[in-house]
Each structure stands twice: as structure tokens, then as C-alpha cells.
Unconditional design. Structure first.
Lengths: 255, 443
């Protein structure tokens, strides 16, 4: 297979005169788990926004399964199999947990905009939603409006909505942000199990999570990828040491 | 674990056994019976007129709530679709009188398709934006359509409007005596359309598109990221809503046999918004309560007092601030109390609030009516009667009594309101605890 699941070439993004992303090249193979790390303000979230169509890049090319997706709307990119989560929880606040997940799976299930069939008759979709709800451990909160969930439950729902549609390229933007250590451990395990066989990109600050989860690590500094390799090689890379990782590894007590 | 369809043992699969939903059958049967029996209770021709207007308003308000409650779209131009439905329906009725082989009872459906057509045409423009820009555009489109109505007198009949006659037409029902001459026949036609439209709109809330409208209401951005073109969702919802609005317009055509340009006016659109909100946008049946209030205010209250708009305005303000869920939410909150066995504790606070609230209301009404008599209707004397008690707007005693009653009633009301608030919040805690226990029982 020569086509990558996701391929970015020379992607740049400027807001006014400020260049946030300055020529990113990144090729992610199918089924690979990639962690994007970098200091605050390096452009990690912006990069995700460019890939998922929230913003349009200033120049460059982004290919999803070999198809150029620049200029497409977020819903078009989503229909091509790219799903993303948000750093700041972005859920359907007044809908119940179950409805949140079902809505997220609805388009991909082939229902699209249909209004000639009651939701209750969509047995296969409903089963799948129940199973997903169980796998993100929100079964007992099934009928609770999403706005009333605890923070970590909302984070789990955020990931649930992201994977519900069955997208095969998943972008997770700081999925464990704001969680305690024990919650993080459980959550990383959860992410691992629900993304088996999928291509995963995740922005993450917790180095324990990064080294535990990723096949390869992309280091983003000032809008450029300065290293993209296996965790061990990235850890040993003097450029990375200098720019970023050394300081973080020392302060985190080096896993 | 990730592919539940292939690997989950059958014993662990979610169950799909659902007994026929008894509550639902009871509710819909009761609804149908009420619609059937209402004319027996209200036998005067005035009452029948009120019932007809209420039925039509219920269809219109329910269709408005598809936008506001279901999809979060605050439209200031809903009367465009009801009104254009009426005009097309009146024109169709005149064609039927001219020999078109269409039975009269299908006219509301013609109105519906007119609504759908105009929804497709105008909605294409209004739904380009969401949120506040959407509201602004609907306001502009509403003004535009109203102005056009006066510009095309051939179709809209200019200032005088157009008339028709519902008793014409052909068809076997007509031959059997269903001529729509008697108002009672029109009532039952409205009732049938209302029942079918209510059922159809309720069913719509349970479909994929209906649910995605909720998702777009809650978080349009996220809906885009799970594959939905939110503009297309808004456009479809406007079309469906306009269809039912057009049916309401067609029923109006049969009911009053005339159409004037004010049917399209923004004031009417504002009325749908105001009363749908008062009824409550959070529950499906809320707009039906809103429709009852709409007809009551427009017809009954305006007979009782010239200052009726002032009272409606004040009630609207109070509801927006203290009960944004409208009357349907108040009803459901109290039903929840009953379910958890909490209602008994609130009987006395409720009675106290009601009693002193009415006394305070008398004082307020007396002040408003006397002020109105002096400022607006001075020519017709100074006597005012409030709930059977005669007052004189030129007498100091009357004013003193009114103010004293308002203050005393208001103070007593406030005393009971505080008691009520205490009982209410205590109950809320107990209910939250019970709900938590129920949740913990789910494994």
C-alpha cells in the first residue's frame, strides 16, 4: 500500500501576518498511532483544525486516503472517514448520552436526513449505540442529559461521539486534559480498546500517555515538525532534546 | 469488544422486547376523544368559533415549534407561510367554485403544499445563516412578502383582500350533505386535520432528521463534524415546518372564507412566537397550550379589557424571567412532584399563593383599568368594574382601595411564595436523591 491514511505536504497557516503552521510534512500509515507533541502555542490544535476542515490552510496539501481534502467542509471530510474530538468538550448538551452517541452514528449508518422511519426501528444502529455506550462506560448514565455529566464522563462521551460514526482516521485533541492520574490510566486503556485497527492521531501533554500509546511521535515546534519517529528515537534525538523534550522529560521524571 | 455485532453472545445482546406502549395509546385516544367531544360541551356558536380558531392555531404553533423548540431557529416570519397558505387556499376555493373537480376538504392540503413550496423558495434564503442572522433574515423576508402582497392586487386582492365560499365544490361527501355550510362541519374537519398533523409532527420528532435537528440546535458545529450539513438540516426543517404552517393557513381559508394582507404581517408572526413560547418549547404539546392562550387572549381577553396587550406583555415578561420553559414545563414539573409523592406538601403553599395572588391581581387590574380609563377612554365616563366591583377612576377612595389591595395582596403573596420556594427546594433535594438511587440500581 503506497497511499497513506493521512498525508500532509508543506501545509501552512497564517492568521493575518502571524504564521502559525510553517510548512508541516507528515505521512501517517494506515493503522498507525501517532502522538503529536510540542510546547504550548506550537500549533497542535491548529493542525487538527486544518486537517478536520475547521480552518482552511493558507497553502499546502492534505490527503485523506490519497484524496485531496483541502477546501472541503467538515461534514464532507467526516463522511470520508475522518473523525475528531475537541480539546474543549463539544457535545450535544441537552440530548441524553444515548442520543448523543446515536446522533454521532446516524449519518454514517446510512440514515442521513431520512424522516420516513422512526429511530426506534433502527435496530442495528440502536444495538451498536448501546454497545458503544457500554464500552465507554456510560451505560448507567444512558438517559442523563450530557450537560449533567461529570467532567470525566463528558470527556468519555466526547471520545464516544468521535468514534461512533466508525471513521477510520481518528484525531483526538488532548483527550485526557484535566483528568486525574487514575482517570487518565483508565481512559488511555479505553482509547486503546476502542481504536483498535484505526489510524489514530492524538495531541497529548502527558508523556506517560504519549509513550504508552504511540507507535510514532511527531514533535511540533513553532509550526514545524522537527522530528517524526518511534518514541525511542525521538527521545534520543538531540534536536528534540534541545527544543522541547529534554526539559519536559526532566520535569516529568522521565518515564 | 469493538465489534459487538459479530462477537457478543446472543444472551448479552440488548433486548428489543417492547410491550405496546400503554401510556401512549391512552394519551392519543384521550386527545381524539377530547377533540370529538368538545363541541358537545361548548354549544354556543361563539364557543364553536373559538374552538375552530384554537384548532387552527394549534397546528400553526406546533409547526412553529418545529423551528424554535426542535431546531433552535428563532423565526420572526412564520406568518408568511400560514398566510400564503391561506391565500393560495382561497384562490383554490374560487377555482373550485369555477368548476375545478376538487373536493373542498382537500383545500387545507393545498395550503400545505403552498406552504411547502414557499418554504422551499424563501427558506433557501433564510437558512443560509443560523442564529441571530437567521432571525434577522426571516424578519426581512416577512416584510418583503407583506409589501409584495400590496403590490400584487390581482392575487392578494390589495387592501380589501379576497373572499371565497366554502360551500361549493363537488365530490361524494358533498353529495352526502358535507357542504361545510354549518360551522360544526368545519370544526370536525379542523379537528381531523389537527389530529393527523399533531400525530405526524410528533412522529417526525422521532425520526433521524427530527433528532438531528435537536443536535443542530444544541451544537451545530459538532453536528458538522459527525457528517451533517447543518444548513441542509435547517432548510429541510423549514420546509417541513412550512408545510404544516400552510395546512393551518388552508384551514383558516375554509374557516373564515377570506384573506387579507395582515395575515402575512410580522405582528402575526410575533404572536406565534410569543404564544408558542408561553405554551412552552421544551415539550411537544407545549404549543397546543400556547394556541389555547393565543385564542383566549386575542378573542376573549380583548373583549374583557382594552388593555389586554398589556396583560399579555406582562405575563410574557414574567414567564421569560421565571419560567422559561412555559406552561408545559410548569405542568411537567408538577407531574414529577406527583410521581415522587411530593405534591401533597405543596397544596397549602399553592392555595395561599393562588388566593393572595388573585387578590393582588385584582388590585393591579384595578389600577391598570382606571389609568386606562383616564388616559385612553376618558370620553366614556369614569366608571370601571373589576370582577363585579364598581370603581370610579376620578375618586381618590377608589385609587386608595386599589393600591391598598395590591400592596396587601402582594405582601401576603410574597409570604406564601417564600414558603412555597422552601417546600419546592426541599422536594427537589429528595427527588434528586431518589433519582440517584434509581440510577445506581441500573447495572
Amino acid at each position: 500500500m503506497s497511499t497513506y491514511a493521512l498525508e500532509l505536504s508543506n501545509v501552512t497557516k497564517s492568521f493575518g501576518k502571524t504564521a502559525i503552521i510553517r510548512g508541516v510534512n507528515l505521512a501517517v500509515s494506515k493503522g498507525e498511532r501517532v502522538a503529536v507533541i510540542g510546547p504550548n502555542g506550537a500549533g497542535k490544535s491548529t493542525l487538527f483544525n486544518l486537517i478536520s476542515g475547521r480552518f482552511e490552510p493558507t497553502s499546502g496539501s492534505i490527503k485523506l486516503h490519497g484524496t485531496e481534502i483541502i477546501g472541503q467542509r467538515p461534514y464532507e471530510i467526516s463522511r470520508r472517514g475522518l473523525a475528531r474530538s475537541f480539546q474543549i468538550t463539544n457535545i450535544f448538551s441537552r440530548l441524553s448520552v444515548f442520543e448523543n452517541l446515536r446522533c454521532a452514528a446516524l449519518y454514517a449508518s446510512g440514515q442521513k436526513y431520512s424522516f420516513w422511519k422512526p429511530l426506534s426501528k433502527l435496530t442495528e444502529l440502536n444495538d451498536r449505540t448501546e454497545a458503544l455506550m457500554a464500552s465507554i462506560e456510560l451505560k448507567r448514565r444512558r438517559d442523563v442529559p450530557a450537560s449533567l455529566l461529570t467532567y470525566s464522563e463528558q470527556r468519555a462521551l466526547e471520545v464516544g461521539i468521535t468514534i461512533a460514526g466508525g471513521g477510520d482516521v481518528i484525531l483526538l485533541d488532548e483527550p485526557t486534559a484535566g483528568m486525574s492520574h487514575s482517570e487518565t490510566d483508565r481512559f488511555v486503556h479505553l482509547i486503546r480498546t476502542v481504536t483498535v485497527g484505526k489510524t489514530l492521531l492524538t495531541v497529548e501533554h502527558d508523556m506517560g500517555v504519549v509513550f504508552g500509546l504511540a507507535d510514532r511521535i511527531a514533535v511540533l515546534v513553532y509550526g514545524e515538525v522537527i522530528a517524526f519517529d518511534t518514541p525511542d528515537k525521538v527521545r534520543a534525538d538531540p534536536k528534540v532534546q534541545e527544543a522541547y523534550l529534554g526539559a519536559v522529560l526532566e520535569s516529568e521524571g522521565a518515564h | 469488544m469493538t465489534s459487538p455485532n459479530s462477537s457478543t453472545p446472543s444472551a448479552l445482546r440488548p433486548l428489543h422486547f417492547k410491550p405496546l406502549n400503554g401510556v401512549r395509546i391512552v394519551v392519543w385516544t384521550t386527545y381524539a376523544l377530547i377533540l370529538l367531544a368538545l363541541p358537545l360541551v361548548a354549544q354556543s356558536s361563539f364557543a364553536l368559533t373559538l374552538l375552530c380558531m384554537t384548532g387552527i392555531a394549534a397546528v400553526a404553533c406546533l409547526s412553529y415549534n418545529m423551528l424554535l423548540g426542535q431546531a433552535g431557529m428563532l423565526s420572526f416570519g412564520h406568518a408568511v407561510y400560514t398566510g400564503l397558505g391561506t391565500f393560495v387556499a382561497i384562490q383554490t376555493m374560487n377555482k373550485i367554485l369555477g368548476g375545478w373537480p376538487l373536493p373542498m376538504w382537500l383545500v387545507p392540503l393545498v395550503g400545505g403544499f403552498a406552504g411547502l413550496g414557499f418554504g422551499a423558495l424563501l427558506g433557501y434564503v433564510t437558512t443560509r445563516k443560523a442564529g441571530t442572522p437567521f432571525s434577522m433574515i426571516t424578519l426581512g423576508v416577512g416584510e418583503l412578502v407583506f409589501a409584495s402582497a400590496l403590490m400584487f392586487p390581482e392575487f392578494f386582492g390589495g387592501e380589501a383582500g379576497i373572499n371565497s365560499n366554502r360551500t361549493g365544490g363537488t365530490g361524494w361527501l358533498h353529495d352526502l350533505g358535507l357542504t361545510f355550510g354549518p360551522q360544526i362541519q368545519v370544526y370536525y374537519l379542523i379537528a381531523i386535520y389537527l389530529f393527523i398533523c399533531t400525530a405526524a409532527m410528533y412522529a417526525f420528532t422521532m425520526t433521524p432528521l427530527g433528532r438531528i435537528a435537536n443536535a443542530v440546535r444544541d451544537n451545530a458545529e459538532r453536528a458538522e463534524f459527525v457528517g451533517y450539513d447543518t444548513r441542509w438540516v435547517r432548510y429541510l426543517i423549514v420546509m417541513v415546518s412550512s408545510f404544516f404552517a400552510g395546512v393551518a393557513g388552508g384551514l383558516t381559508a375554509l374557516n373564515v372564507e377570506a384573506a387579507t394582507a395582515d395575515l402575512l404581517h410580522g405582528v402575526r408572526s410575533g404572536g406565534y412566537l410569543l404564544f408558542t413560547f408561553l405554551g412552552g418549547v421544551g415539550f411537544f404539546f407545549g404549543p397546543i397550550i400556547g394556541a389555547v392562550l393565543l385564542v383566549f387572549s386575542l378573542v376573549v381577553l380583548s373583549e374583557i379589557t382594552k388593555a389586554w396587550q398589556l396583560y399579555v406583555g406582562v405575563i410574557f415578561l414574567i414567564m421569560v424571567v421565571y419560567a422559561p420553559g412555559g406552561f408545559s414545563a410548569l405542568l411537567m414539573l408538577n407531574l414529577r412532584r406527583i410521581k415522587y409523592g411530593e405534591w401533597r406538601k405543596m397544596r397549602w403553599p399553592y392555595a395561599g399563593m393562588m388566593f393572595f395572588g388573585l387578590i393582588a391581581l385584582w388590585g393591579i387590574a384595578a389600577i391598570v383599568e382606571m389609568a386606562y380609563q383616564i388616559q385612553v377612554a376618558a370620553g366614556s365616563g369614569s366608571e370601571v368594574t373589576i370582577a363585579g366591583i364598581a370603581l370610579d377612576s376620578s375618586s381618590h377612595t377608589s385609587w386608595a382601595v386599589a393600591i391598598a389591595v395590591m400592596v396587601a395582596g402582594g405582601a401576603a403573596f410574597e409570604y406564601w411564595r417564600r414558603k412555597f420556594a422552601k417546600v419546592w427546594s426541599d422536594g427537589e433535594e429528595r427527588i434528586a436523591e431518589a433519582a440517584k438511587k434509581a440510577e445506581a440500581a441500573i447495572v
